[in-house]
Design a protein around this ligand. Structure first.
Ligand SMILES: O=C(O)C(=O)C[C@]1(C(=O)O)C=C[C@@H](O)C=C1
Length: 106
């Protein structure tokens, strides 16, 4: 019998997979909503920094953020290296936005 044929075990697995995928989709939606809020705040920071002549990047602040998120990740059984990469990915995009704002782009 091949794995894709209907059996009680297979049907249970299909139902559980569908249920887990609903939760994954809910979590992905929450992540997108949280990122959208974060970028709204960082846009405000971009205008604030540009108006005050402050540099787009703040490596000292980033060091504190990385240390904090690595610690949180470890406590949550998430790979700290992944947490650091994820933060760096977001912050690089924010710095890009800040530079565009400082350069007069909206
Ligand atoms: O806190 C700031 O100064 C920001 O500009 C925000 C932010 C961030 O996205 O968290 C982005 C760039 C900086 O290098 C540090 C942090």
């Amino acid at each position: 019998m091949s794995a894709d044929e209907s059996t009680p075990v297979h049907d249970d697995a299909v139902a559980e997979l569908a249920s887990i995928r609903q939760s994954i989709d809910n979590i992905d939606a929450a992540v997108i909503h949280m990122l959208a809020e974060r970028f709204k705040y960082t846009q405000r920071v971009g205008y604030l920094k540009a108006g005050a002549g402050m540099p787009a990047a703040d490596p000292g602040r980033e060091q504190v953020q990385v240390a904090r998120l690595r610690q949180l990740a470890a406590e949550s059984h998430l790979d700290p290296a992944f947490a650091e990469k994820f933060l760096n990915f977001i912050v690089a995009e924010v710095i890009h936005h800040h530079e565009r704002i400082a350069g007069g782009e909206r």
